[in-house]
Ligand binder design. Structure first.
Ligand code: NOJ
Ligand code: CA
Length: 689
């Protein structure tokens, strides 16, 4: 199939290319004919060709001489102007290459190599109004990025874009792991993943992870989403996906004027699922940091007045169960300081929670006025005195006008009292004006919040965010985001909580975009009620074993990692030692074994230290693994501290048993990992003293 569709395409291309200059063809085998419009990765394996056919502009992507993307259209549709989809000609090309290595202030890896070849294709409309633009491709060994660049204002003085016509015409009916994006509920990222062939997709979110029948891993996403609308993918042909953009309330996708650039459309490519992470393609396509001094930005573990509200033992609003009281906050801060956590999040500290704020249009939060039983300045300095920080909270309920009016004074207040980080939240499907959750309006808003936070020296953790497209490179105070179903769904979510396979899919999908504030670490997995009775098997609760909760700290990367449970649930729990010990910043990351939706084993070396941490998780199946420790420094002696599923452990009816053991290891050792159904294993490997 693949071959015949390519072959059918070839004569048409060549037919057209004869009439056009410069000569452009698509068939990768025909190297001589299309030199100017072909660009390969430094290792030569990934090849992009660009050219016109019937006046339309198309690109293809090949890997190892096989089609990944068949000719896929490029262009735009506008309101009040003709589409840029036909009558196009290539007016010139330019090339560049880069090979640089840069250091992240924090991350999944310390050093990132940016090694790519670039092809810039200049395009003009043959008829009036003669609009011009360029498409720039960067081809790396780990994938392809391309974006449109418009510098000439003719026809782009004040445009209203209705659609970007960019296609991804998959050569193969690949398996896809996806979450939907439906018309009436457009932007909810907090959904369970499904798996199906591309030919069954409707409209889906990105990152979209695909596996071709020949085993190539393909991830479609975007990078540097700035002043533009978030991209979804809609299936328009059997295996063709087309960009569809989140919208303003009036239906327009993007408004602006030249000069502008679109976000990069990224196609990450790998031979095995294990090679997808850590994903740096998107980081390489974002501008370098604009924050010269990053000494105030630091990864940390934290706890918070949070889970109690989700399991209903505390409230955000005032009353007898109010969580954010001064006394309760001190208790959490004491616990954090005593256990090496860097901060305490406090939700429900500010006025506004006593109305039906959720999706009702009635929310009106104050971001500067605390409840009378919460002493903000006193607690912030109490935290500082212990060498930790309060983490502030701004739930907006997507009432953006009210938040923007208070933004400056709210951030200034945190700065003044000494709060070092803020968690924002955007519960709700649309803004109060009806703009889409990931549309240009919200992209602009969240960038404004990020810039304001940077100005006031605040680190940011965004819930219900615009998807991560690598902004942390430019703004390293952009720490974590939610943007998928996290732990909260195990408190109250439908379907009994997240299924045991959930995190084994997240690792290969959502996590490729960037860090996630998943909030692991629930120890009271049966969520006992105040009466002492646990929740029933069908009620929402974490569908994991305790050892898997620990493993999530290593598997699901975030520079902010919460110890999410109530402090009392960590008391007299030897397994809590792992949460105390685990690092949140990494020099190196290696995915040892993995299969999307089934299991994954990740090893990471702590930043600036010789310690390694290994996390292994499985879905509902019990599994055993044999793991080589060849990643350790040869000749060095280490101790492995192993937190394994205990005898009879199972997420279903016996999630708590953990066996903690120690053994000497070297780079020549192998570990035999036994994981329970819904289980995991967490290992700290430290030098022997
Ligand atoms: C949803 C967030 O994901 C959660 O962490 C938070 O507690 C609530 N919104 C309230 O802001
Ligand atoms: Ca959420």
């Amino acid at each position: 199939m693949r071959r015949s569709s390519g072959a059918r395409f070839l004569p048409m291309v060549l037919g057209m290319s004869i009439a056009l200059a410069p000569t452009l063809a698509f068939h990768p085998a025909d190297a001589s004919a299309q030199e100017q419009a072909r660009v390969a990765s430094p290792d030569g394996r990934n090849v992009v060709t660009v050219g016109t056919r019937d006046g339309g502009l198309y690109y293809t992507v090949d890997r190892d001489g096989k089609h990944i993307l068949l000719p896929s259209r490029l262009g735009f549709a506008f309101r009040g102007a003709d589409s840029l989809r036909s009558g196009l000609r290539v007016t010139g090309t330019a090339r560049a290459s880069a090979d640089t290595t840069w250091t992240q202030p924090w991350g999944e890896v310390a050093r990132v190599r940016d090694h790519h070849n670039e092809l810039r294709v200049r395009v003009a409309e043959t008829g009036a109004p003669g609009r011009r633009f360029a498409v720039v491709f960067r081809v790396f060994d780990d994938g392809v990025g391309f974006r449109y660049e418009v510098s000439d204002s003719a026809g782009f003085a004040d445009y209203e874009m209705m659609d970007e016509l960019t296609e991804f015409a998959l050569a193969d009916n690949a398996r896809a792991w996806w979450i939907p994006s439906r018309c009436c509920d457009p932007d909810r990222q907090e959904r369970l993943y499904s798996e199906s062939p591309v030919s069954r997709l409707d409209t889906v979110q990105t990152p979209l992870t695909l596996q071709t029948s020949s085993g190539v891993q393909v991830v479609i996403h975007e990078a540097n989403l700035t002043d533009y609308a978030g991209m979804y993918l809609a299936r328009t042909g059997d295996r063709t996906l087309r960009t569809t953009l989140a919208r303003w309330a009036d239906g327009v996708a993007v408004r602006g004027r030249a000069p502008f650039v679109t976000p990069w459309r990224t196609i990450q490519l790998a031979d095995r699922p294990e090679d997808l992470a850590p994903s740096v393609l998107g980081l390489n396509l974002n501008p370098p940091s604009v924050i010269p001094n990053t000494s105030w930005i630091h990864p940390m573990k934290y706890n918070g007045i949070w889970w109690g509200m989700h399991i209903n033992t505390m409230t955000w609003g005032s009353g007898p169960k109010h969580g954010a009281t001064t006394a309760n906050t001190r208790r959490y801060l004491d616990f954090a300081a005593a256990n090496g956590l860097g901060g305490t999040l406090v939700e429900g500290w500010n006025l506004g929670w006593d109305v039906e704020w959720f999706n009702s249009g009635k929310a009106s939060f104050s971001f500067t006025q605390p409840y009378p039983d919460f002493d903000l300045p006193g607690l912030a300095s109490y935290a500082r005195g212990k060498g930790i920080t309060l983490i502030g909270h701004h739930e907006t309920a997507s009432m953006i006008g009210s938040y923007e009016r208070q933004l400056d004074s709210a951030m200034a207040l945190y700065r003044r009292v000494g709060v070092g980080a803020v968690k924002t939240g955007y519960v709700g499907d649309l803004t109060e004006q009806g703009h889409a959750h990931q549309g240009q309006f919200m992209v602009r808003h969240q960038r404004r919040v990020l810039e304001t936070a940077a100005r006031y020296g605040l680190m940011l953790d965004v819930h219900e965010p615009v998807k991560d497209t690598g902004e942390r490179r430019t703004y390293p105070n952009m720490m974590a985001r939610e943007g998928a179903r996290g732990m909260e769904y195990n408190a109250w979510g439908g379907e009994g909580g997240n299924p045991p396979e959930h995190e084994t899919i997240l690792f290969f999908t959502r996590m490729l975009a960037g860090p996630m504030d998943f909030t692991p670490g629930i120890f009271d997995l049966l969520i006992k009620r105040p009466t002492g009775t646990p929740r029933g098997p069908e009620e929402a609760r974490p569908r994991t074993t305790l050892a898997k909760q620990l493993a999530l700290y290593v598997v699901l990367y975030s520079p902010f990692q919460m110890a999410a449970d109530l402090p009392e649930n960590y008391e007299r729990q030897p397994a809590f030692q792992f949460i105390r010990d685990v690092a949140v910043d990494w020099d190196t990351t290696r995915v040892l074994q993995g299969r999307i939706g089934d299991y994954v084993i990740v090893a990471r070396r702590q930043r600036g230290a010789p310690d390694w941490f290994v996390g292994a998780i499985t879905d509902e199946e019990a599994r055993t693994f044999d793991v080589s420790l060849a990643f350790l420094t040869p000749g060095r002696r280490y101790v492995a501290e192993i937190y394994a599923d205990g005898p009879g452990a199972s997420w279903r009816d016996n999630p708590l048993p953990v066996t903690i053991s120690r053994r000497p290891v070297t780079s020549a050792s192998r570990l035999h990992l036994v994981l329970a159904p819904g289980g995991g294993q967490a290992i700290r490997i430290r030098p022997a003293s």
